[in-house]
Design a protein around this ligand. Structure first.
Ligand code: ASP
Length: 430
């Protein structure tokens, strides 16, 4: 089978492996000489990798806006949205709650902070993150254009839903707008497909840079923490979500996970749920069979408020830091950590590294030293990538469960292994 006939997912996988090997070679065999830093990791690959992420980000705001207006205006009864909203938010909170509890349990049982050495890195300037109250206030935009310019997802969602509802209520003028937006939606989805075709190159560049910067000396210092975070992420992704899928929706989780593979690889390479929105959306709609009426709402919302992987890292990191400083946490402190992390997850934007920034606030609130973050900062990139893959899998799991319960899941698409696959020469088949 030639490279051209491989599926997108196989190509991205090949790109990841070869990028990693070449990156490691540049660092450990060649010793990252100046020319590598200047021309490769700080030159060609930096340009390719950054442009790839920009291409994805470029699609996010138009896609979310157009797709959500289309989805809402296609609803026969706008009150359906309220029901979908309540189901989705409840499931998002439930999955995040399970994630934090698993993480704290793992931290208490395996005590990763005992005997760890700081994997020191200079504490970068930490961007301030919004408080929960501010997130609530900012949900309604004062200026939708500026919300779009800043890529603020929740206000964009609110504006798009309101516009969609107004369109449904506007008679024949509204009907013209509906067909305009649904045409535009098809065009933007086509754009997503086009960008996805260059993914192997972009992913190759991003993973090569990762390989060239992985610092195994730092890893060894907090090895137990890293292994624990990755193990709980795997348990959540491969046991908790599949169980929920079969329990709540009676669906085959293996089929689901297979179809999610490319989206997970995108999330892993970009470490950003937000940048991955176009791919997650394309995957749940074309490969899994969720109707746009559900996914246009649940996926952008999930990328913003549902961060199970991040909650897992935060739970284990909190236990790790407390243990490192020899601080015993009481039961009420544990409960407070659970609530704080669930709320923090809502205020965490789906962009690289933010989970750690938000953790600083959680630590301060439960009386743990926020400087403790410096202990794990140096090894966060790889964990950020891994938890982002879990974050978007959680969004897709909840989306699929909600769609099934609303009879908005096309089982023929779900059960067709080839549905929506993108090949080099072909197109998405659905
Ligand atoms: N990078 C994560 C995401 O985009 C957020 C985080 O944990 O830092 O989903």
């Amino acid at each position: 089978m030639s490279y051209g006939n491989l599926s997108l997912s196989a190509k991205i996988f090949l790109a990841m492996i070869s990028g990693l090997l070449i990156g490691l070679f540049l660092q450990y065999r060649l010793g990252s000489p100046d020319w590598v830093n200047t021309w490769l990791t700080g030159g060609v690959f930096l340009v390719i990798g950054t442009i790839f992420i920009s291409l994805l980000k470029m699609l996010v705001v138009p896609l979310v806006f157009v797709s959500l207006v289309t989805g809402t205006s296609a609803l026969a009864d706008p009150t359906t949205l309220g029901r979908i909203g309540i189901k989705t938010i409840s499931l998002y909170l439930l999955t995040t709650g399970i994630a934090v509890c698993l993480a704290l349990l793992a931290a208490v049982i395996f005590k990763p902070g005992i005997g760890a050495e700081p994997a020191a890195a200079a504490l970068k300037e930490i961007a301030s993150n919004k408080t929960f109250v501010q997130v609530l206030i900012d949900i309604v935009p004062t200026n939708p254009v500026s919300a779009m310019a800043n890529g603020d997802m929740l206000p964009i969602i609110v504006f798009a839903i309101m516009l969609g509802i107004a369109i449904t209520l506007s008679g024949k003028e509204g009907a013209r707008m509906t067909s305009f937006f649904s045409d535009l939606n098809v065009v933007i989805m086509k754009l997503v497909t086009l960008v996805m075709k260059v993914a192997p190159l972009g992913v190759f560049a991003l993973i090569l840079m990762l390989g060239a910067s992985l610092d195994f000396v730092q890893f060894a210092k907090v090895a137990k923490y890293i292994v624990l975070v990755i193990s709980v992420l795997l348990i959540h992704g491969l046991i908790v979500y599949p169980t929920m899928l079969s329990l709540f929706a009676g669906l085959n989780p293996i089929t689901f996970l297979k179809k999610m593979r490319p989206a997970m690889m995108f999330a892993f390479s970009t470490a950003s749920s937000n940048a991955t929105i176009p791919v997650t959306m394309e995957t749940v709609e074309k490969r899994i069979g969720v109707n746009n009426r559900v996914s246009s709402f649940t996926i952008p919302m999930g990328a913003t408020i549902n961060m199970d992987g991040t909650a897992i890292m935060q739970g284990i990191a909190t236990g790790f830091i407390a243990q490192f400083y020899g601080i015993d946490l009481s039961l009420s402190q544990y409960l407070m950590i659970v609530v704080m992390i669930i709320m923090a997850s809502i205020g965490t934007a789906g962009v690289p590294g933010v989970g750690l920034v938000v953790l600083a606030g959680v630590l301060a609130n439960v009386g743990l030293p926020a400087e403790g973050i410096a202990l794990i900062l140096g090894v966060d990139r790889l964990l950020d990538m891994t938890r982002t893959a879990v974050n978007i899998t959680g969004d897709a799991t909840v989306t699929t469960i909600v769609a099934k319960s609303e009879k908005e899941l096309d089982l023929a698409v779900f059960n067709d292994p080839k549905a929506g696959m993108i090949f080099e020469k072909g197109e998405a088949t659905h």
